[in-house]
Ligand binder design. Structure first.
Ligand SMILES: [Zn+2]
Ligand SMILES: [Zn+2]
Length: 173
């Protein structure tokens, strides 16, 4: 078991400005003291968006450290798949809740219903953040109650903001 791998990369030295190919040490891979080209290494660690390289400039002997973006096609594919998966999960979750979507509240009067990824709502043409027409009466009542509580809380925050800005004025901010 080694402590790092070597990655041969062609990078500018930030001290002397020379661009030279050299073997950098990298701890973001399998760490088996193997030597990789940059392309092969980026394919190997395709799940990572960045990796660090450390070494010494062949020319001026200063220590160099770089944080490098993983530009491999395999990495892009992986990220696309992750985005697709999380979107799919949201779709499945929200569609399974139809027609009784839960209440979602953000900051200050930003109130909505969590249906943006519901397939049924989209088929029915229901606007994002709205309850569908086939919502049960019971659930609609629950949402309205939750909204009342939320509105009350938001108004309290507004009031607090007013009071704080008053203090700033007194202190000549
Ligand atoms: Zn240098
Ligand atoms: Zn829906």
């Amino acid at each position: 078991m080694g402590m790092f791998d070597y990655v041969a990369a062609d990078l500018f030295c930030c001290y002397c400005g020379i661009q030279a190919s050299q073997d950098f040490q990298c701890k973001d891979g399998p760490c088996l003291l193997d030597v990789y080209t940059r392309e092969a290494f980026e394919d190997l660690i395709f799940e990572k968006s960045q990796y660090r390289l450390a070494g010494t400039c062949n020319n001026c002997k200063n220590n160099l450290q770089y944080l490098i973006w993983n530009k491999s096609a395999k990495h892009s594919e992986y990220i696309d798949q992750q985005i697709f998966k999380s979107k799919r999960n949201l779709q499945d979750e929200q569609t399974s809740q139809h027609p009784n979507h839960p209440f979602g509240g953000g900051n200050l009067c930003n109130y909505y219903v969590l249906n943006a990824y519901c397939n049924k709502c989209q088929e029915m043409g229901v606007e994002n953040g709205s309850l569908p027409p086939d919502v049960t009466a019971e659930h609609k009542k629950l949402i309205e109650q939750q909204f009342e509580v939320f509105k009350e809380k938001s108004l309290k925050v507004f009031k607090m903001c007013d009071e704080i800005s008053g203090v700033y004025e007194d202190d000549n901010w």
